[in-house]
Design a protein around this ligand. Structure first.
Ligand code: FAD
Ligand code: DLZ
Ligand code: SF4
Length: 514
C-alpha cells in the first residue's frame, strides 16, 4: 500500500502535519513546481526564485531524512502546470490508497484539494496546519458572539495559550501592550545599523534564478540583489543575526523609515516563517528568552511577539472566517486603477519612490512602508482594493493570500468597512514627516497644503475625508479630523479639493499613457 503526500511550496517544514506518522518505506512525497502557482498573479521574480529554490533545497533535506521525494520541475516537459494535474500523474504512477495533505494556505488552493476525493480513487485526508498557534476552531470560538473583533483581545488569549511573556496569569511588566513605546522617530546622525546577512546563491539557486530570469522576464522586480536564505540552516543564521543585532532596538524603531535603508531593525524573517523554513513559536520563545536573560528590553520583545502571535494569527483567523468573498469587498466603493508608478517607482514623491523602489529591488518593504506609504497612498487616491491586493500579493516574497489579503484589503484599504481596523489608516504628510527623513529629501514641501510645491498627501487626505464623509463621518475615531474639516473656511476646503482633483487627474493621465 502506498501513501502519496503532496507538499506545497509553503509547507517546507520537516514535521509538517501531512508527514506525521507516515512510513517512509511506503510513502511517496510529491513536490511540484507548477505554472498555476507561478502565474496566478505576476509574482516578483525574486519571490518565485526564493520559493522554488527553497523547495528544491527542502526536497534534498527530506531525502536526507529518509523520505522518497518525487520532485517535478517547472521546465519538465511533462509538467501539467497544476497541483491537481501533477497529483493525477503521480496517482497514475503509484496507484496510492491514500493521499495525505496538509490544508492549503488559501481558498483558491483549498478548493483544488477539496476536489481530490471525488477525482481520485484514493482516500484523501486533509490535515490541519499545526504550525499556527490558534486552530480555526480557537479563532471561531473566540470571535463568536463578539460585536467587534479587535486584535488586542485575541492577542491576550494567545499570550495566555502560549505562556509567552507571562508572569503567572499576569502579563510581564503588568502591561499587555507596549505599542506606545514603539513609535520613536528614526535616529539622526551616524547610524550603527544592523544588516541582514546576504546569502550568496549556490548552484541550485543560480539555476533557479537563470530559469526565472528567462521565463518570467515580464514579471515585476529585479533578481540582482537576491540574497534570501533558501535552506533551514541559512534561515536559522538569519534568525540569530536578528536576535543578536536588531531585536534590541526593534521596539524603539518599529515605525521608523529612512532613505536608502530598507531593513532598519526589522527581522526580514517573514518569507522564512511563511514558507515553513522557520517555526513562528520557536522564534517567539527565543525572543522571550532574550528578554528573560536581560538582553533585550520589554518593548522590543513584546512588540515582536505581538506581531507574530497577535497580528499574524489574527489576520489568518479573519481570512478563513470571512470566506472566499472577502476579496471582493469594497466598502468605500473605490474604483481607480492602481497607477503605473506602483510597477516603476518612478515618481517625484520621495516616500513613494523609496518604498516602491525598495520593493522592486528586494521583494521586501517593512510594515510601516506597506501601511503608511504605499497603502495610505492607494487609500487616499481611491484605488480599487482588489487591484491593491493583487499588487501586494505579487511584489512581496512573504506574500500568501491568507496573510496579505486581510492586511491589504482590511487594514490599509478599509475594504471590509472596519472589521479588521477600527478606522482607516489614512494620513497626511505630517505623519510621514514625523516618522521618516523622507520629506527632507523630497521636492515637495510637507508643510504646504496647496500649490505647486505642496505635499500631495495633504490635499489628498482632506479630499479623502470629504469624499467619504457619508461612510466615515460617524466613525468616532475620525471625529477629530472631521471637526477640523468642518472648521475650515469654504475657500480652504475648495482649494484643497481642487488640488486633490488636479493631482488625481494628472495621475490618471499618466497611467493612461503607460
Ligand atoms: P518584522 O517587522 O520583523 O515583524 C516580525 C514578524 O511579525 C514578521 O516577520 C511577520 O511574520 C509578523 N508580522 C508583523 N506584522 C504583521 C501583520 N500585520 N500581519 C501578519 N504578520 C505580521 N506580512 C506577511 O507575512 N505577508 C504579507 O503578504 C503581508 N502583506 C502585508 C500587506 C500590507 C498592506 C501590510 C500593511 C502588511 C503586510 N504584512 C504582510 C505584514 C508586515 O508588513 C510583514 O509581515 C513584515 O513587514 C515582514 O517583514 P519582517 O519579517 O521584517 O517583519
Ligand atoms: C507562491 C508559489 C509559487 C510562486 N510557486 C509554487 C510552486 O511552483 N509550487 C508550489 O508548490 N508552491 C508554489 N508557491 C506557493 C503556493 O502558491 C502555496 O503553497 C499555496 O498558495 C498554498 O495555498
Ligand atoms: Fe512624501 Fe510628501 Fe514627504 Fe514628499 S513631502 S516625502 S510626498 S510625505
Amino acid at each position: 500500500t502506498t501513501t502519496l503526500i503532496p507538499i506545497l511550496g509553503d509547507q517546507l517544514t520537516p514535521d509538517i502535519s501531512s508527514l506525521d506518522g507516515a512510513d517512509p518505506d511506503t510513502s511517496v512525497v510529491l513536490m511540484m513546481e507548477v505554472a498555476d502557482e507561478t502565474t496566478y498573479v505576476s509574482h516578483h521574480k525574486a519571490k518565485i526564485a526564493f520559493i522554488l529554490s527553497a523547495m528544491r533545497h527542502h526536497a534534498a533535506r527530506l531525502r536526507q531524512l529518509g523520505w522518497t521525494v518525487e520532485y517535478v520541475k517547472l521546465d519538465d516537459p511533462d509538467n501539467s502546470g497544476s497541483f491537481t494535474g501533477e497529483v493525477a500523474r503521480a496517482v497514475e504512477r503509484h496507484s496510492p490508497d491514500r493521499i495525505v495533505v496538509t490544508e492549503a494556505g488559501e481558498w483558491r488552493v483549498a478548493a483544488m484539494l477539496d476536489q481530490w476525493e471525488t477525482r481520485f480513487e484514493a482516500e484523501v485526508e486533509i490535515r490541519p496546519d499545526t504550525r499556527f498557534i490558534a486552530t480555526h476552531a480557537d479563532f471561531d470560538d473566540w470571535a463568536e458572539g463578539r460585536s467587534q473583533l479587535r486584535m488586542e483581545y485575541f492577542y491576550r488569549e494567545m499570550r495566555r495559550k502560549t505562556g509567552l511573556l507571562m508572569d503567572g496569569d499576569k502579563p510581564e511588566g503588568d502591561k499587555w501592550n507596549y505599542d506606545k513605546a514603539n513609535r520613536k522617530p528614526p535616529p539622526g546622525g551616524t547610524l550603527d545599523m544592523p544588516r541582514p546577512i546576504e546569502f550568496q546563491p549556490d548552484d541550485v539557486t543560480r539555476e533557479v534564478i537563470d530559469m526565472v530570469a528567462k521565463r518570467f522576464a515580464d514579471h515585476p522586480g529585479s533578481l540582482d540583489s537576491f540574497h534570501f536564505a533558501v535552506t533551514h540552516e541559512e534561515a536559522m543564521r538569519a534568525k540569530r543575526q536578528f536576535l543578536d543585532h536588531a531585536l534590541p532596538c526593534f521596539g524603539d524603531y518599529q515605525d521608523a523609515m529612512l532613505t536608502g535603508e530598507p531593513f532598519l531593525w526589522h527581522s526580514i524573517l517573514s518569507p522564512y516563517i511563511n514558507c515553513g523554513l522557520l517555526d513562528p513559536l520557536d522564534l517567539c520563545r527565543d525572543v522571550a528568552e532574550r528578554y528573560a536573560d536581560g538582553k533585550v528590553p520589554l518593548n522590543s520583545a513584546e512588540g515582536f511577539i505581538r506581531q507574530i502571535i497577535g497580528w499574524r494569527e489574527y489576520v489568518r483567523g479573519i481570512y478563513w472566517r470571512e470566506g472566499p468573498d472577502y476579496v471582493a469587498r469594497n466598502f468605500l466603493n473605490a474604483k481607480r486603477d492602481l497607477p503605473g508608478v506602483y510597477w516603476t517607482g518612478d515618481t517625484d514623491m520621495h516616500c513613494l519612490s523609496q518604498a516602491i523602489g525598495q520593493t522592486l529591488d528586494h521583494a521586501y518593504a517593512h510594515h510601516i512602508q506597506r501601511l503608511m506609504i504605499t497603502g495610505n497612498f492607494a487609500l487616499l487616491i481611491g484605488a480599487d482594493p482588489k487591484q491593491v491586493h493583487e499588487w501586494y500579493l505579487e511584489v512581496y516574497a512573504d506574500a500568501y493570500e491568507w496573510v496579505e489579503l486581510p492586511n491589504t484589503l482590511g487594514m490599509t484599504q478599509f475594504g471590509d468597512g472596519g472589521l479588521l481596523a477600527s478606522k482607516p489608516y489614512a494620513s497626511s504628510g505630517s505623519y510621514i514627516d514625523r516618522m521618516s527623513d523622507y520629506c527632507t529629501h523630497c521636492r515637495y514641501d510637507v508643510k504646504q497644503r496647496t500649490g505647486e510645491d505642496a505635499c500631495p498627501f495633504n490635499a489628498l487626505y482632506w479630499d479623502f475625508l470629504a469624499r467619504n464623509e457619508d461612510k466615515l463621518g460617524d466613525n468616532r475615531r475620525l471625529s477629530m479630523p472631521y471637526r477640523s474639516w468642518e472648521k475650515m473656511d469654504a475657500d480652504t476646503k475648495r482649494s484643497l479639493r481642487a488640488s486633490a482633483r488636479a493631482f488625481l487627474d494628472r495621475l490618471d493621465g499618466a497611467s493612461g499613457a503607460d
